[in-house]
Design a protein around this ligand. Structure first.
Ligand SMILES: C[S@@+](CC[C@H](N)C(=O)[O-])C[C@H]1O[C@@H](n2cnc3c(N)ncnc32)[C@H](O)[C@@H]1O
Length: 292
């Protein structure tokens, strides 16, 4: 497998797009354009089976796409963006007005209680933008959303509405479905492209309630894709300080052709250069593995 450093081996220029619709832990908004610049120049349908906040899909603006995730309230948000963006704006504005015209924390807790009584996209949309640090955290045992109210002022409804319009336009070619990644990936045909950003780390498994996720099964599914001539790009969290992190993952020899270190931002790169250390033992960047 060939390892390429920041910027080498790109196939397309993709302009940055940093205005997120949702706040989602582990979201790739800041580096989505970097990731997308390593995608093949030509492909059929774009699949993003671990959609989360859809950062890469929104940045790429594919002509035809399937965005999916197992998390039902999240997919309700995406489906509403597609079918009724005005409704999405109303969901947000109603909750914003209540929160800002009353006791902010009490109102946040009321919305959170409503979500926890019956998980739904409308409450989740507002909670992810107003919760502490934008980290929507779920209790492992029962999926209870536990994040407290954030100290910040959530983005105003007018500005949010503009984001909805922008994201509606950018995702015109996409259909959104609640699916396990295996079901989603199985639909990919020769020449299609699949981008995977799985919750493989332990911390993320807790956050998303995705304890049942197994990287090995994903790698099998990726091998199937490769055998069917489907292009696959896989993000692996490289922000850990562990030199042989990747080596310890059960990656079959020959599955990936290239490994890219995707720049997480200039400061990270500068810090690295200043220290003048080797990449091995350092926190550097996200890793992107490509089957092509
Ligand atoms: C690391 S996040 C994706 C973040 C995304 N790239 C972004 O920019 O926001 C992983 C996502 O995988 C979803 N997920 C967990 N297990 C899954 C499964 N078996 N099938 C599909 N999606 C799953 C989680 O709900 C979560 O949204």
């Amino acid at each position: 497998m060939q390892t390429l450093l920041f910027g080498n081996g790109r196939s397309v220029e993709v302009p940055p797009f940093t205005t997120g619709l949702l706040k989602w832990i582990g979201n790739k908004q800041r580096m989505a354009h970097e990731i997308a610049s390593y995608f093949p120049t030509n492909y059929g349908v774009y699949f993003e089976p671990f959609l989360g906040s859809g950062a890469v899909l929104g940045t790429l603006q594919p002509k035809r796409a399937v965005g999916s995730d197992t998390f039902a309230p999240l997919m309700e948000i995406w489906q509403t963006l597609r079918t009724d963006p005005e409704r999405l704006k109303r969901w947000y504005a109603e909750r914003y007005v209540c929160m800002m015209s009353g006791d902010k924390v009490a109102e946040y807790e009321r919305i959170k209680a409503s979500y926890n009584r019956q998980p739904n996209g409308a409450d989740l949309l507002f909670l992810c933008r107003s919760c502490y640090g934008g980290v929507v955290r779920f209790r492992q045992a029962d999926g209870y959303m536990s994040t407290p109210c954030g100290p910040h002022r959530p983005v105003a409804p007018d500005a949010f509405a503009e984001r909805v319009d922008e994201w509606h336009r950018r995702t015109q070619g996409a259909c959104f479905r609640q699916l396990d990644y295996r079901e989603a990936i199985a639909q990919a045909k020769p020449g299609d492209l699949v981008y995977c950003d799985p919750p493989y780390t332990h911390s993320q498994a807790i956050l998303y309630g995705a304890q049942r996720f197994r990287l090995r099964q994903l790698l099998d599914a990726i091998a199937d894709c490769k055998a069917r001539d489907v292009y696959v790009a896989l993000s692996i969290d490289g922000t850990k300080r562990s030199g042989d992190h990747l080596c310890r993952l059960p990656i079959p020899t020959g599955l990936f052709e290239r490994e890219i270190l995707v720049n997480c931002g200039r400061s990270m790169l500068r810090r690295l250069q200043m220290r003048g250390q080797t990449l091995e033992g350092e926190v550097v960047a996200d890793r992107l593995l490509l089957t092509y």
